[in-house]
Design a protein around this ligand. Sequence first.
Ligand SMILES: [Zn+2]
Length: 424
Amino acid sequence: MSSFTSNGQNTRTAPSLPPGMDAAFSAARPQAALLLRLVWEERRISRADLARRTGLSRSTVSDAVRDLLRSGLVVETGTGEAKGGRKPIMLEFQDDACGILGVDIGATHVAVALSNMRGEVRQWLVEPFPVREDAAGARALALRLCRTCQQSWGAAGRQLLGVGVGLPSPVDPKHPFEVSEVVMPAWGGRNGLEELRDALELPLLVDNDANLGALAEHWWGAGRGIDDFAYIKVATGIGLGHILGGEIYRGATGVAGEIGHLAIDPHGRPCVCGLKGCLVMYAGSAALVEQAQARMERFPGSSLAAGSLDMVAIADAAQQGDELALQVVREAAEYLGITVAGLLNLNNPRLVVLGGGITRVGKGLMEPLQATVRRRTIMSSISAAEIVASPLGSRAVAMGASTLMLQAAFHNPALFRQWPREES
Ligand SMILES: [Zn+2]
């Protein structure tokens, strides 16, 4: 996570606001943003320590803290240790002053996490859905799940900050409501999320699912305190989110990290994208199911012979030592290992976090993957890199979606509805 003293000026796009709301948001004082973030990081801190940590004058801190208190995001609570003189009044960040909706629109499901401002998921709703085939249905389901969360959170009179949405497609920050026709042909080039924004009357941000998984790991998971790492989501598609210098790296047009279509074998299996031998054809969930089916006859005792065959079933069977499942997973692990090795050689991240259903396998996946990586990397780039399974699991993308909104509000506290409006 970038430190609180950074100025926060980067290429992040502004949240898309419901009509009529734009005018209400004036730019907040930069000092207030800095102090708000610092109180959040420290949870409890005195005005004197805020001044000391930021280098701002005591009177500037006092003025800005008045806004923080008026917003209700920060309250005065008790006294701290006296460092000569009287005991200071402590300021405390209120994690539940705002809820945030994080929507994960996957290839085959829609999930919504309602989180507080400390990344604690207060409500979690998920339903399977053929998202790629039915854009309008996916949006309607997302709206229904969001409304359920909105009602339960709002019932206690609490505010929602906004909604973040993750999509299994590249998202160009300059054109957040467009969607790749190659990846999601039935969506007609538009994600239509303005409808969700307007129906909920909340600011909305959109990003690629793997980018959001990376952001969630950076704030709440395996990537805390690490400013250069990668998150790889292995599901129907395979995507990579890269945190470089503490920020999501999106590339020139938001397509960075589309590793699912990296060629593992230029003469290999034909891919939906029109190319041959793409990684997703060897390690994506459809490939695993296909490989398990093709080998089923040779493993008559396999637990996969009964029940429905999907990535989770294969991963769970492999985790329990099923030979067929293990063989399929080991093969996928090797292809993933080739890709991770290339990534390490190319970008030298300190950490690679693997997410998606396949990570349920545990050692049966990680060991062959790490062995492949060791065989295929230049020593200096691999020596320090750790490869781990995501501790956030299936909630990573939704949590990252709400984190994207939280991050935006920390850069511009006027996004908080409680934020005191400047009188003009
Ligand atoms: Zn492809």
